[in-house]
Design a protein around this ligand. Structure first.
Ligand SMILES: *[C@@H]1O[C@H](CO)[C@@H](O)[C@H](O)[C@H]1NC(C)=O
Ligand SMILES: *[C@@H]1O[C@H](CO)[C@@H](O)[C@H](O)[C@H]1NC(C)=O
Ligand SMILES: *[C@@H]1O[C@H](CO)[C@@H](O)[C@H](O)[C@H]1NC(C)=O
Ligand SMILES: *[C@@H]1O[C@H](CO)[C@@H](O)[C@H](O)[C@H]1NC(C)=O
Ligand SMILES: *[C@@H]1O[C@H](CO)[C@@H](O)[C@H](O)[C@H]1NC(C)=O
Ligand SMILES: *[C@@H]1O[C@H](CO)[C@@H](O)[C@H](O)[C@H]1NC(C)=O
Ligand SMILES: *[C@@H]1O[C@H](CO)[C@@H](O)[C@H](O)[C@H]1NC(C)=O
Ligand SMILES: *[C@@H]1O[C@H](CO)[C@@H](O)[C@H](O)[C@H]1NC(C)=O
Ligand SMILES: *[C@@H]1O[C@H](CO)[C@@H](O)[C@H](O)[C@H]1NC(C)=O
Ligand SMILES: *[C@@H]1O[C@H](CO)[C@@H](O)[C@H](O)[C@H]1NC(C)=O
Ligand SMILES: *[C@@H]1O[C@H](CO)[C@@H](O)[C@H](O)[C@H]1NC(C)=O
Ligand SMILES: *[C@@H]1O[C@H](CO)[C@@H](O)[C@H](O)[C@H]1NC(C)=O
Length: 591
C-alpha cells in the first residue's frame, strides 16, 4: 500500500498542475461601467470618473481565495486600465492592469479581469492606472475578508467602514496632464476629499456654503473597523477623528501590533485599518479630518478634508476648531518615529492559520541589492521628467509580459542599474532582472525635498528600516529583522532612505513605482521581471483567453464583438472534481 505521503504528493500534484483546487473556490462577479459624470465636490462642477454612476466606485468585498471577476466597460473617451493596489495577483501579472503587463482597454470596449485573491486578507483599493485618471476618480475600496476558519486578532467589529481620503484638483485629469506635459508643476491641490465629498463647513470663512460633505453614522459603544486609504495625487495626509483613539490593526494586508494613535500619517497609496470604539458621550458630532502634512498650515488651510462622525444619539452639530494636527512642519522625526512604530504582529494568523512571523524574513540571505534614488525632476530631451537612479522609464508599446510570451525582441532591456547611474539622466525601458526565489533588498533613497511613497505590485514587502541621510552598508545594523511590517506601499521621507526586503516568489512582471501620481506619470517607475527558469505553468497561469493585443502584436487582436469569455472548469468530470476538491481543501487547511 502506498504511504499517505504518496497520496499527499499525488493530490498536491493534481491541485497545482491542473488548478482544480482553485476552481471550487466561489466566484464573485462585478460589472464596472466606467464613465464620466458631473460632480462638484469642491463647489465647482467638473467631470469625474464614476463606476456604475457612483463616485467613488463600489466596494469590492470578497473572502480569501475567492475568484474575482470584474468586467470593466470603458465608457470614457480614452484608454483605460484598472489596477488593484496591494492585491498580489499570485501567479498572474496578466491581471495586474498596468502598461507593463496589459494592453489598455480602448474606449467603448470591455475587458474582463479574472483573478484569485489567493492567501490574502485586508484592506486595499482599486484605481485606473493610466493617463493620470486617478486624479479624476475611478477608485474604490477592495476588502478581502478572512475565511471563517481563520481567527482574526481582535473581536469581530460591529461594523465595517471605508474612508477614501485624497488631495483633489478642480482641474480634471486631462488638464492636469496637459500641465505636466508642458513642463509645469501642478501646484497646491484645491482641497482634500473624503469619500468623494468636500469639507464640512467647520469655518464659514474657509469653506464655502453648499458643499456636500460625508457623514459616517455610528452607534454608541460599538467598535468599528475603519479602513482608510489615501487615493490622492501627491499629498501625505494626517488622519484623525476628534476625541477618538485610532487603534491600528492592519496595514495593506498584514495585522499590526495593535497600538492607539491620536492621528496617523497616511501617505499616497497607503491603506490602514483602525478599530475605533464609539466611547464618547455624544454631546455633539465629531470631526473626521484628513489634513495636508509637512506644509505651511496657514497657506494650505483649504487643503483639509473634514467629514462628520455622527452617533445615533447625537445631541448636536460638531463645532469649534478642528482637532490639532502634529505641529512639526520643520521636524519630521515625529512622523518617522510613528512610521517605525508600525510593526507586524508575528503571532497573529494572516490569511492562513500559521502565524504571520513563521516566515522569518530576518534570517534569509539577501541575493540582490538595488539602491533606487529619487532626484528632483530634470530636463531630458527638452522634457521635464522624473527619474529613479537616473533613469526615466518609457512605457513600451508592447507590454513586457506579452513581448516575452510571443518572443518580441527589443521591447525592453534587463539592465536596470543596481546603483544610481553617474552620467546624465536618460529615458529608457530598463527593468530589473529579478531572480526567481531570490531575496531582494531595495533601498529607496529620496534626494528630493518632497515626500515620496513607493509601491510594488505582486508582492507585500518587509519594511525593515528608514532614516535620514544617505544609506550606507552600516545602515543595515539598524534594520528591524524581526517584526518589520509587510505591506505594499512605503513612504520615503525627503533626504532620507527606506529599506525593504522582497521575497521573489511570485512569477511575472511587476511594477515598482512612485505612487505619487505626478512623479509616476513623468517616468518614476520600473518593473521587476521574475521568471521561473523551469518551464512550467504551475508557477504562472497561462495567458488569459481574452488577452488584448497591441503594439507589435496588434494584428493578433480580434474585433471586440468576438467575445471570448474565459472558461474555468471546462468539461472535466464533476464527481471526480468534487473528490479532488475535498481532498485539496483538507490538505490546504492543514498545510
Ligand atoms: C500549461 O501551459 C500550456 C502551454 O502554455 C497550456 O497549453 C496548458 O493549457 C497549460 N495547462 C494548464 C493546466 O493551465
Ligand atoms: C477637462 O477639462 C477641460 C478644460 O480644462 C475640458 O476641455 C475637457 O472637456 C475636460 N475633460 C473631460 C473628460 O471632462
Ligand atoms: C465583454 O463583456 C461580455 C459580457 O457582456 C463578455 O462576454 C466578454 O468576454 C467581455 N470581453 C472581454 C474581452 O473580456
Ligand atoms: C497579536 O495577535 C495575537 C493572536 O491573534 C493576539 O492575541 C494579540 O492580542 C495580538 N497582539 C497585539 C499586541 O496586537
Ligand atoms: C463586507 O462583507 C461582509 C460579509 O461578508 C460584511 O460583514 C461587511 O460589512 C462588508 N463590508 C462592507 C464595507 O461592505
Ligand atoms: C476661520 O478661519 C479663519 C482663517 O484661518 C480664522 O481667522 C477664523 O478665526 C476662523 N473662524 C473661526 C470661527 O474659527
Ligand atoms: C486604546 O484606547 C482605548 C480607549 O479608546 C483603550 O480602551 C484601549 O485599552 C487602548 N488600547 C491599547 C492597546 O492601548
Ligand atoms: C458629556 O456631555 C455633556 C453635555 O451633554 C457635557 O457637558 C460633558 O462635558 C460631557 N462629558 C464628557 C466626559 O465628555
Ligand atoms: C506661511 O505662510 C504665511 C503666508 O504666506 C507666511 O506669512 C509665513 O511666513 C509662512 N510661514 C513659514 C513658517 O514659512
Ligand atoms: C547565509 O549566508 C551565510 C554565509 O554568508 C551562511 O553561513 C548561511 O548558511 C546562509 N544562510 C542561509 C539560510 O542560506
Ligand atoms: C538575469 O538573471 C538570471 C539569474 O537570475 C541570469 O541567469 C540572467 O543571465 C540574467 N539576465 C540578464 C540579461 O542579465
Ligand atoms: C542629495 O544628495 C546630495 C549628495 O549626496 C547631498 O549633499 C544632499 O544633502 C542630498 N539632499 C537631500 C534632500 O537628500
Amino acid at each position: 500500500m502506498a504511504s499517505p505521503s504518496v497520496f499527499y504528493v499525488f493530490f498536491v500534484y493534481i491541485c497545482l498542475f491542473t488548478s482544480l483546487c482553485f476552481a471550487d473556490d466561489p466566484f464573485v462577479n462585478y460589472e464596472f461601467v466606467v464613465s464620466y459624470i458631473t460632480a462638484s465636490p469642491l463647489g465647482v462642477p467638473q467631470q469625474v470618473i464614476a463606476i456604475n454612476g457612483h463616485f467613488p466606485g463600489p466596494t469590492i468585498n470578497v473572502t480569501t481565495n475567492n475568484n474575482v471577476v470584474v468586467n470593466v466597460r470603458n465608457k470614457l473617451d480614452e484608454e483605460l486600465l484598472m489596477t488593484w493596489a496591494g492585491i498580489q495577483q499570485r501567479r498572474s501579472s496578466w491581471q495586474d492592469g498596468v502598461l507593463g503587463t496589459n494592453c489598455p482597454i480602448p474606449p467603448k470596449w470591455n475587458w474582463t479581469y479574472q483573478f484569485q485573491v489567493k492567501d490574502q486578507i485586508g484592506s486595499f483599493f482599486y484605481f485606473p492606472s493610466i493617463n493620470f485618471q486617478r486624479a479624476s476618480g475611478g477608485f474604490g475600496g477592495f476588502i478581502i475578508n478572512n475565511r471563517d476558519i481563520i481567527p482574526i486578532p481582535f473581536a469581530t467589529p460591529d461594523g465595517d467602514i471605508i474612508i477614501l481620503i485624497g488631495d483633489w484638483y478642480t482641474r480634471n485629469h486631462t488638464a492636469l496632464r496637459r500641465a505636466l506635459n508642458g513642463g509645469k508643476d501642478l501646484g497646491m491641490p484645491d482641497g482634500v476629499l473624503i469619500n468623494g465629498k468636500g469639507p464640512y463647513r467647520y469655518n464659514t470663512t474657509l469653506v464655502p456654503d453648499g458643499i456636500d460633505y460625508e457623514t459616517i453614522e455610528v452607534h454608541p459603544s460599538k467598535t468599528y473597523r475603519i479602513r482608510v486609504h489615501n487615493v490622492g495625487v501627491s499629498t501625505s495626509l494626517n488622519f484623525r477623528i476628534q476625541n477618538h483613539n485610532l487603534l491600528l490593526a492592519e496595514t495593506e494586508g498584514s495585522y499590526t501590533v495593535q497600538q492607539n494613535y491620536t492621528s496617523l500619517d497616511i501617505h499616497v497609496g497607503q491603506s490602514s485599518s483602525f478599530l475605533v470604539t464609539m466611547d464618547q458621550n455624544a454631546s455633539t458630532d465629531y470631526y473626521i479630518v484628513a489634513s495636508a502634512r509637512f506644509v505651511n498650515e496657514s497657506l494650505w488651510q483649504r487643503v483639509t478634508g473634514v467629514a462628520i462622525l455622527r452617533y445615533s444619539n447625537s445631541k448636536g452639530k460638531a463645532s469649534g476648531p478642528l482637532p490639532d494636527a502634529p505641529n512639526d512642519q520643520y521636524d519630521k522625526t515625529y512622523s518617522m518615529n510613528q512610521a517605525r512604530s508600525i510593526r507586524w504582529n508575528v503571532t497573529a494568523s494572516g490569511a492562513r492559520p500559521n502565524p504571520q512571523g513563521s516566515f522569518r524574513y530576518g534570517s534569509i540571505n539577501v541575493t540582490e541589492v538595488y539602491v533606487l534614488k529619487n532626484m528632483p525632476p530634470v530636463t531630458i530631451d527638452g522634457k521635464r521628467r522624473t527619474t529613479l537612479s537616473g533613469i526615466s522609464f518609457v512605457n513600451p508599446t508592447t507590454p513586457i509580459r506579452l513581448a516575452d510570451q510571443f518572443k518580441v525582441k527589443g521591447v525592453y532591456k534587463l539592465d536596470f542599474p543596481t546603483k544610481p547611474i553617474t552620467g546624465p539622466p536618460r529615458m529608457a525601458t530598463s527593468i530589473i532582472n529579478g531572480t526567481y526565489r531570490g531575496f531582494m533588498e531595495v533601498i529607496l533613497q529620496n534626494n528630493d525635498t518632497k515626500m515620496q511613497s513607493y509601491h510594488m505590485n505582486g508582492y507585500a514587502f518587509f519594511v525593515v528600516g528608514m532614516d535620514y541621510g544617505e544609506w550606507t552598508e552600516n545602515s543595515r545594523g539598524t534594520y528591524n529583522k524581526w517584526d518589520g511590517i509587510a505591506r505594499s506601499t512605503a513612504q520615503v521621507f525627503p533626504g532620507a532612505w527606506t529599506a525593504i526586503l522582497i521575497s521573489l516568489d511570485n512569477v511575472g512582471v511587476w511594477n515598482l513605482r512612485s505612487e505619487n501620481l505626478d512623479s509616476w506619470y513623468l517616468g518614476q517607475e520600473t518593473y521587476v521581471r521574475v521568471v521561473n527558469p523551469e518551464a512550467t505553468n504551475k508557477t504562472e497561469l497561462p495567458i488569459p483567453d481574452n488577452a488584448l493585443f497591441c503594439g507589435a502584436l496588434k494584428k493578433m487582436q480580434k474585433p471586440q464583438d468576438i467575445s471570448s469569455a474565459p472558461s474555468i472548469i471546462g468539461n472535466r468530470s464533476k464527481p471526480f472534481l468534487s473528490l479532488v476538491m475535498m481532498i485539496c481543501a483538507v490538505i490546504y487547511i492543514f498545510n
